[in-house]
Structures are given as C-alpha cells and as structure tokens.
Design a protein around this ligand. Sequence first.
Ligand SMILES: Cc1cc2nc3c(=O)[nH]c(=O)nc-3n(C[C@H](O)[C@H](O)[C@H](O)COP(=O)(O)O)c2cc1C
Length: 296
Amino acid sequence: MIRKTQTINPLQIPVPQFHKLILGSVSPRPIAFASTIDKDGKPNLSPFSFFNAFGVNPSTLIFSPSRRGRDNTTKNTFENLKEVAEVVINMVTYDMVEQANLASSDYPKGINEFVKAGFTPIESEMVRPFRVNESPVQYECKVRDIIETGDQGGAANLVICEILLMHVDENVLDESGMIDPDKIDLVGRMGGPWYCRTTGDSKFKISKPGEKLGIGIDALPEQVRHSPVLTGNELAKLGGLQNLPESNEVDAMRSSNEVKKIFDESEDILTGIHSHAKQLIQKGEVYEAMKVLMTY
Ligand SMILES: Cc1cc2nc3c(=O)[nH]c(=O)nc-3n(C[C@H](O)[C@H](O)[C@H](O)COP(=O)(O)O)c2cc1C
C-alpha cells in the first residue's frame, strides 16, 4: 500500500516551521561541542547538531553555526572562526548534556561558556582553542573552508574542518582499541526538546552485507515476498542469503516434526509456515527459515 503523505515545498511554508520538520526528521543528530577563540584569545564554547563526519582521508568534520532565523544575525562561533580558523570539536555524552545545553544560551560575544557552563578548559597541542576535559573525544581541527549557503535567516554556514589530532579517553575503548558504545554513552539531538542516548537497549546490531552478494528480495519466491507475516526487515535478511536452499534440503525440512505439524494441524498453513520462519529469523537462523518457507 502506498503511504499517505503530506507533501511540503520548503519555499511555501514559514522557515521556522520547515526548520522544525527537518529537526524532527533528520534525527538523531550527533552534537559538535565547538570550542573556538577570537583574535584576542577569548574562548567560546557552543553545541551544534547540524554536524557530521564526511571523510577520513583527509579526515573531515562539518558543522553549521547558522544565521539566526529570528533576526538574521550570525553566531559568535562563526565570527570567531573568521578571525581564527581553528576549532576543537568535543563529543557530547549523557553526563555532560545539561551543561552543553546551558552553554547554548545566547551569551554575548566575549562571555566564556567554559565558565558559565562549568567546563574545564585544557590546552590543545596543535590549535589555539581549548579542549573540553569533560568530553571523552576531542578533535583538534583546522578550518579548511566555510561555505555560506545564503544570506537570509536560517542559512547554513558549513564549517569544513580537517582533523589534526584526536584525543580519546582510554576508558571508552574496548580491548581492541575501538570505541565501546556503552562506555562512551553519546547523546543525539532530535526534534523539539528531545535527545536520545546510544547505550543499552536503544542500540542493535546489523551484520554488514558480505563480500559475496546476497540474492536480493526480488529473488525470493513470490509467496515469500508477499508474506502476510514477514516484515521488510525480515525479508531483507532472507535477501542477504547467498543462495536459496536446494530441493533436497527443503524436502528434509518438510519431513521435520515441526513443519509436518503445521501442515497437519494448521487451519491457515501459509501463515503457520511464515510464523515459524519468522521465529527462526528472529533467532538468527535465516537459512533454516528459508528452508521452512520453501516447504510451502
Ligand atoms: C544540542 C544543541 C544543538 C544545536 N545545534 C545548532 C546548530 O546545529 N546550528 C546552530 O546554529 N545552532 C545550534 N544550536 C544553538 C546554538 O548552540 C546557540 O545558538 C548558541 O548560542 C550559539 O553560540 P555562539 O553564538 O556562542 O556561537 C544548538 C543548541 C543545542 C543545545
């Protein structure tokens, strides 16, 4: 069934309204806690969730201290970067998010948000802005370019940063030296007042498609593709298999007790078979599930 949608042309609704729709739908967003200084060496610290990583060679982060929607003024961070093209991007964790939120207050230029929001500045090695001691990952960056996407309120100023140094707290690493998501406990910004954590049950694993290509959902038998029981996610797991089971494997499955029982006792055999396959998929036994499905 085709989804019933509202179709919105961003040029035909007020900018603040579209801004809110973007914030709620391009979500959750990581948060760059950007430390800058002005030409007189005065520090500034503000969070920005129009932010992401875009490459690793050279290592590139981009964030946007945008033009204010309400009066089209620019932010202190943007002005500082025009004076000193260096920034430390600190990642924001659950333990520090309220303080980061406080640092987002509209303090006038020259007011030091390290002091206002109670963060500890520590000297960087390759750039002049300070690092935030409370953050477990701090990127010292030089600004390669700033792209101003417009001159009206709400326009982005894309600050293209090259990472010169990364500092990472050893306590957030696992045995193989990689970031452990439960230990780092990052937060994401969503729409309105909403944030999310990235630990515990909020996260789940997906194995990367292997080098050998999966058969694809289009190669599944029609009764499977149009399953009344299986979801798109479950069909995708089946489509990731490298081959369909051979007919002798399917025959063996057809004579298994569980499948025989469904054929003998179910009023709706298709639903019974698909429900059994669904349980196997949920246990990670995807190939077995495919054999079950092909018994029908
Ligand atoms: C979590 C969070 C994310 C934010 N993301 C952005 C953003 O991506 N772009 C932006 O212009 N302002 C963003 N803001 C608002 C700025 O932090 C705020 O305008 C701040 O006062 C700018 O500080 P400055 O003038 O010292 O640079 C965000 C605020 C919070 C709390």
